[in-house]
Design a protein around this ligand. Structure first.
Ligand code: FAD
Length: 500
């Protein structure tokens, strides 16, 4: 029996996969498509993470889809509400009917002669029994996110096995964990730690143990303007106005951080100081060594973490771990932190294309050796696009633009009567630069396996919504770097290798 065939095979039913399905339904309605999803539900990140207080760390007015107003009262939203929003979007557009759950894509191989991908997925039934299912597709659209679902990142901790209490990673929060009245040490200072600390501190005593401080900014959980406008204006207007206000302000703030880092540093640190008790050691615990936006800025809704510190429910310790002990953690300074539970909020493990193996005409693709074309396709890899959002703004702003661009590309290929689109380097010696200009641990750890970027468009990752609108929404699809060809022409794309 020949494998089931689709025009487009989407990987992942998270925020981006549903965005992709929505765009295909609206703008390329004749294309057949399937969404293969490893999990049992829609939502990706917002289904996986279940730790106490899980919420967005950017505002949903910019993290919502461009085409669907966010109408929840909270702009910094609980994870559950985001999952419902994505699920409702899928249902309303009929995208949910295209999803096949419990299908993990393992491998994809491209054949230029037939202009087709052959895709192997591991399909599991409800009892967990697995079989390999093969599909074919003209185009793969990977919406598989950017990190490994099976395991978060945990550094090697000396003496870990000695600890008699419980060690928990936020990516796999045990639903039944009873932490009320317990002593908890949260290792980390990023978005997850800063969400967990005030929420756990409602019923437990929490110590946030960090190696070095992070920049924080406190913003109201509810957006007053959006909530008032919704009473008087149609939902689309009440959404668009504060959304554009936020997009512009966030860009202004980011530019300012790049141009005048000292000024922005002072502003952020003063903001934190004002929320802490007089005499608090802000220099040690809240003054990072890097410049603002060299790593993602962390949002604290309604100053909840600072309130927990003020009220003595939470404490911040800046030190290095020497070893785990029976009772807790011994620090390099000699201090010992006793704990019943240790939470390792130590981050994610980045993963490219949901961990699937990709081959083009029999040759394995190492994405670390490719250049990204517009930050969505890869040099020498035909008919494959993926979503990667912004690091300095909401993910969805870029996901929307990518989904729109891909539907335009598919329509353009039909119009031209071609079956293959391959980003192709004119200069094989183009100097590779890291894709992400970010010093966060999870990015630094993964630099080698991530695709590279070049010095200018279309090989440059802009991290700028306004430039991307010009280059992705307004610019013609055809350019010199995107080579179109026909299946019968037997085009054999050669994998472009980025020079080390
Ligand atoms: C805790 C946390 C909080 C965050 N908060 C924000 C925020 O506030 N603002 C922001 O802009 N960004 C935030 N992010 C980034 C966030 O991941 C994105 O905003 C967004 O949810 C990504 O959506 P996605 O659909 O692209 O990827 P994901 O949400 O990761 O979804 C990917 C989907 O693909 C599936 N999948 C992966 N591999 C395969 C495979 N091989 N086969 C089949 N299916 C596969 C997964 O099961 C999953 O359902 C946060 C990330 C985390 C971890």
């Amino acid at each position: 029996m020949s494998p089931e065939h689709f025009d487009v095979l989407i990987i992942g039913a998270g925020l981006s996969g549903i965005d992709a399905g929505w765009h295909l339904t609206k703008f390329a309605p004749k294309k057949s498509f399937v969404i293969l999803e490893n999990r049992e539900r829609i939502g990706g990140t917002w289904d996986l993470f279940r730790y106490p207080g899980i919420r967005s760390d950017s505002d949903m007015l910019t993290m919502g889809y461009r085409f669907r107003p966010w109408t929840h009262q909270s702009a910094i939203s609980p994870g559950e509400a985001i999952r419902e929003y994505v699920t409702e979007t899928a249902k309303d557009a009929g995208v949910d009917k295209h999803i096949r759950f419990r299908n993990k894509v393992a491998r994809a191989s491209w054949d230029s002669a037939t202009a087709r991908w052959t895709v192997e997925a591991e399909k599991r039934d409800a009892s967990g029994r697995a079989e390999t299912v093969t599909y074919t597709a003209n185009f793969i659209f990977s919406c598989a996110g950017y990190y490994r679902y099976s395991e978060g990142y945990t550094p090697e901790f000396k003496g870990r096995e000695n600890f008699k209490g419980q060690i928990v990673h936020p990516q796999h929060w045990p639903e039944s964990l009873d932490y009320a009245g317990k002593r908890i040490v949260v290792i980390g200072s990023g978005a997850t730690a800063v969400t967990l600390v005030p929420n756990l501190a409602k019923t437990a005593h929490v110590t946030m143990l960090q190696r070095s401080p992070t920049y924080y900014v406190s913003r109201p959980e509810k957006d007053a303007m959006a909530n008032v406008l919704r009473k008087f204006l149609p939902a689309s207007w009440a959404y668009a106005i504060p959304r554009w206000r936020n997009i512009i302000l966030q860009r202004f703030f980011f530019n300012r951080a790049r141009q005048k880092p000292e000024q922005v540093k002072e502003f952020l640190i003063k903001g934190v100081k004002d929320l802490l008790p007089d005499g608090y050691d802000v220099a040690t615990h809240f003054t990072p060594k890097y410049n603002p936006w060299d790593q993602r800025l962390c949002l604290v809704p309604d100053a909840d973490m600072f309130d927990a510190i003020k009220e003595g429910r939470a404490e911040v310790v800046t030190d290095h771990i020497d070893t785990f002990t029976e009772k807790g953690i011994k620090l390099k300074s000699g201090r010992e932190l006793e704990a019943d539970i240790i939470v390792t909020a130590t981050g994610l493990q980045l993963e490219v294309m949901g961990g699937m193996e990709v081959a083009v005409d029999g040759r394995k693709v190492d994405f670390g050796e490719t250049f990204t074309y517009k930050g969505l396709m890869y040099s020498g890899v035909p008919n494959l696009a993926s979503v990667f959002g912004y690091t300095n703004a909401s993910w969805t702003l870029r996901a929307d633009l990518i989904c729109e661009w891909v539907t335009r590309l598919l329509n353009k290929m039909d119009e031209k009567g071609v079956q293959i689109a391959t980003p192709t380097l004119a200069d094989p010696n183009m100097k590779p630069e890291p894709w992400l200009d970010f010093s966060s641990g999870y990015v630094v750890r993964a630099v080698a396996m991530l695709p590279k970027q070049g010095p200018k468009a279309p090989w440059r990752q802009n991290q700028n919504y306004f430039t991307d609108i010009k280059e992705m929404r307004k610019a013609p699809i055809e350019d010199e770097a995107l080579v179109f060809s026909k299946a019968t022409a037997g085009a054999k794309p050669v994998l472009a290798r980025a020079a080390e």
